[in-house]
Design a protein around this ligand. Structure first.
Ligand code: AMP
Ligand code: MG
Length: 414
């Protein structure tokens, strides 16, 4: 039985619960950047792999400089020079020191390193003007990462620091999840491809691009299917094509109240079972969800902003689940509203806003136009304010919950 008018969270449960995590593949370390790690990584070696000096100075025995002070230096004979990458030939014995560089291994017999700024070297002898506790200035083997320790957990996005840690451990290849392929189809008689001339009554097919870009940002691989006219048989044919080429199919248009039967009919016609229709949220109420041969099909509103907002709250978590991410959702913050929002509604709303810090406090200013067809206001949006259904008009100064969808920036002027 098809569910109707669901809370967003229920719709997410239905979709995320059915999502299949895709296969894994092994890739070269640099190609793993921006991918999701599919294995837990245990350190094969210690980092650092040996006791080393964190600075340029002298390796010595702490006991030899116990009485040193600015006016009364300890005098030690310099026996060797130890650059990074080389082992000392001999040992540090009582009364001697070795010149040591940052990153060089601590020579046997030494237990302390004194920085060069606290010394003066002349004719093979060094004067040390400080006393340090034995053990000072030595980075111990495994201090950063201990051999056998789990350093990275599967499900994590690999950015520069993760790639750096893997490289430091000498791991040249890692297992990552395959990116889910997401077919995107726009429906509507009015749609024109970007390469074509815009004739009267027509508009460019912007949803295809906006959703394809959103798929990339969510960690998927877009498979654009162009646009089709509002004819169920044609839409069904394209949906079937999409099912053959991808792991998830998205359509836009033809899902709104007057037109809903068209996209539902097309889904049924392509052999899909309908899972639900409509979600309790604005914009983006008219969502149709279906499933065919174990793959999900989602029909979103054609309204450009509604399509992107539905994508954000409904489709993005689904794609992230399929992509193997451990975290599916954006961070939520409580913010102070900097202006009134008078419009009241029974339905839960996602308002476009700009969140930033003003006088040390997280504040939100509404992006100008909130209507579902207006795309431009998304340009000045970094958050969606999640306003519960039935809540009265919002006043300046009220606390609201925000989903952070972009970078935190100054809220600026509306
Ligand atoms: P619909 O969901 O088909 O009722 O469409 C709602 C509004 O979105 C209408 O104004 C459509 O012209 C517009 N629209 C539908 N599909 C697209 C698209 N692919 N790109 C841009 N606008 C669209
Ligand atoms: Mg339409």
């Amino acid at each position: 039985m098809m569910l109707e008018m669901l809370p967003l969270e229920t719709a997410l449960e239905v979709l995320v619960g059915r999502a299949k995590i895709l296969h894994k593949e092994v890739v070269e370390l640099l190609s793993a950047h921006g991918r999701v790690l599919a294995q837990d990584i245990f350190a094969p070696i210690n980092q650092p792999p040996f006791d080393r000096s964190p600075l340029d100075g002298y390796a010595l025995r702490g006991a030899d400089i116990a009485a040193a002070a600015p006016g009364v230096p300890a005098r030690l004979r310099v026996t060797e020079n130890v650059p990074a990458g080389y082992l000392a030939r001999g040992r540090v014995e009582t009364g001697t020191a070795m010149r040591i560089m940052t990153g060089a291994p601590i020579p046997a017999g030494a237990d302390t390193v004194v920085r060069v700024e606290d010394t003066r070297e002349k004719d093979g002898w060094v004067e040390v003007f400080v006393s340090l506790a034995p053990g000072s200035n030595i980075v111990r083997t495994g201090e950063d990462i201990r051999q056998g320790e789990m350093v990275l957990k599967g499900g994590r996005l690999l950015n520069a620091p993760e790639i750096g840690v893997l490289a430091a451990l000498g791991i040249p290849r890692v297992e990552v999840f395959k990116r889910p392929r997401v077919a995107i189809l726009s429906t509507g008689d009015e749609l024109v491809a970007l390469e074509r001339e815009l004739t009267p009554g027509k508009i460019y097919n912007s949803n295809l691009y906006a959703l394809a870009a959103s798929v990339l940002e969510a960690g998927g691989e877009p498979v654009p299917l162009g646009s089709v006219a509002d004819r169920p048989e044609e839409i069904a044919r394209k949906i079937s094509e999409g099912l053959g080429k991808s792991d998830l199919v998205l359509t836009t248009g033809g899902a709104s109240v007057g037109e809903h039967d068209r996209i539902r009919e097309a889904m049924t016609c392509s052999g899909a079972d309908l899972l639900f229709w409509k979600i309790k949220m604005k914009p983006g109420t008219p969502v149709v969800a279906g499933e065919a041969s174990g793959k999900l099909i989602l029909g979103l509103s054609g309204n450009p902003a509604a399509a992107l907002i539905s994508f954000e709250v409904l489709v993005r978590p689904l794609i992230r689940k399929m992509a193997g991410f451990d975290k599916l959702y954006r961070p939520r913050l409580t913010v102070k509203l900097l202006e009134d929002f008078r419009k009241q509604g029974k339905q839960r709303r996602f308002l476009r806003a700009r969140v930033g810090v003003v006088d040390g406090e997280l504040c939100a200013r509404l992006s100008s136009a909130q209507s579902p067809g207006v795309l431009k206001s998304l340009l000045s949006t970094n958050s969606l304010l999640d306003v519960t259904g039935g809540r009265g008009p919002l006043s300046k100064g009220e606390q609201v919950e925000a989903i952070l969808t972009g970078d935190l920036i100054g809220p600026g002027r509306s």
